[in-house]
Write a protein that binds this ligand. Structure first.
Ligand code: SF4
Ligand code: SF4
Length: 359
């Protein structure tokens, strides 16, 4: 068939095929593993039914990487790890080797280059963050910056497995929170509705698109000073910030009203207990780059109260469920305020907590 008569093929996009780049032993034993364990924090050992053994060494990175760091990781993979490296969903990097003797030199090399080895089992794994300024149009802060600042503080907890269970921390740069649920979550919180610059709206914004963007139908077209503009019903507005990207004259970010909020007890997995939404425990925390010290202080308080009081295998949410919220606020020394009461009338119907649905 000549080129012109061939049917047009669809352009496939999505997750690339992992097999061409997979370690040969992983490819050979795909779906055929017998057991696995963790000989030490940061190292996984997988044994297959065929008798093959693979050691995986997990290391933390600064999350968003320049090309020189990626080349360095690739060089380490070539020299110490049989030429293979991969990134996990929480942005740890993992190197696979087929001989136990290769594990110690690999760990030594990674640590000497500044990549801590850990993040397995009941440790504080890498913090996952939302896309932030690099890829999204709404951010109220630099989520990846919060990750770097916090992981510097929690470095030792990444390298050890001393928590009651794994701890997944997340950060999100707006209240839409595309990062999902976390044992501890640090999310941007706008405390005031957007301020509208009416002189610019007609020139810059496509008004129907902005009206459609609002999740609670709080935006209406309006004439202001004889010009077509928009108005916000402030009683309805939930200060989510979604109207700002299609209409920058609806400015919502500000030093006074863009804060951080800290949430706890969320999880995605069905393991041991059903998936849960995280709950607000601290609001109005300063959004204070580059180190976010106030947020870091609260996260550490929560983390160490859980470390001290949690029973083996209890996730953060399960620990709180057992001790109750009054005791949680007592142990963490956080103030309980009216902001913690979930009085949204739709919550009963829409907060889907079925164990059969992944979020
Ligand atoms: S959390 Fe919000 S601002 Fe950040 S990447 Fe997700 S949708 Fe964008
Ligand atoms: S901030 Fe969110 S809720 Fe408020 S007007 Fe804009 S889109 Fe609507």
């Amino acid at each position: 068939m000549n080129q012109a008569t061939q049917p047009r093929r669809p352009v496939e996009s999505g997750v690339p095929d992992p097999f061409p780049h997979m370690h040969p032993l992983l490819k050979k034993n795909y779906g055929n593993w017998k057991w696995h364990d963790r000989p030490r924090p940061g190292v996984l050992r997988h044994v297959s039914h065929s008798g093959d053994t693979v050691w995986t060494v997990r290391a933390g990175t600064q999350r968003q990487m320049d090309v020189y760091t990626i080349r360095k990781l690739c060089d380490i993979a070539d020299e110490y790890a049989e030429g293979h490296v991969r990134f996990t969903v929480r942005s740890n990097c993992e190197f696979m080797v087929s001989e136990e003797a290769k594990v110690a030199p690999l760990i030594e090399k990674l640590e000497s280059e500044g990549f801590p080895v850990g993040g397995t089992g009941n440790s504080v794994s890498m913090i996952s963050h939302t896309q932030g300024w690099l890829h999204c149009d709404i951010p109220g802060t630099d989520a990846s910056g919060v990750v770097k600042a916090l992981m510097d503080e929690l470095y030792e907890e990444f390298k050890k497995e001393e928590m009651p269970n794994r701890v997944h921390i997340t950060t999100s740069c707006c209240q839409i929170n595309c990062g999902g649920q976390g044992d501890i979550a640090i999310n941007v919180q706008h405390t005031k509705p957007p301020k509208i610059n009416h002189d610019l709206v007609a020139n810059v914004c496509e008004r129907p698109a902005v009206v459609a963007r609002c999740p609670v139908a709080a935006i209406r077209p309006a004439m202001v000073n004889g010009k077509p503009s928009l108005e916000v019903d402030e009683k309805k507005c939930i200060c989510c910030g979604a109207c700002y990207p299609p209409c920058p004259p609806m400015q919502i970010n500000s030093e006074e009203s863009t804060k951080l909020a800290i949430w706890v007890g969320g999880k995605h997995s069905n393991a041991r207990s059903k998936p849960t939404f995280h709950k607000l425990v601290a609001a109005g925390v300063p959004n204070n780059p580059p180190r976010w010290p106030e947020a870091a202080e609260i996260v550490k308080k929560i983390l160490y109260a859980y470390k001290e009081d949690g029973r083996p295998w209890e996730r953060m949410g399960e620990w709180i469920e057992r001790i109750g919220w009054p005791r949680f606020f007592e142990l963490t020394d956080l103030a309980f305020t009216r902001h913690h009461i979930d009085d949204w009338r739709g919550a009963r119907r829409s907060l889907n907590a079925s164990a059969h649905i992944h979020f």
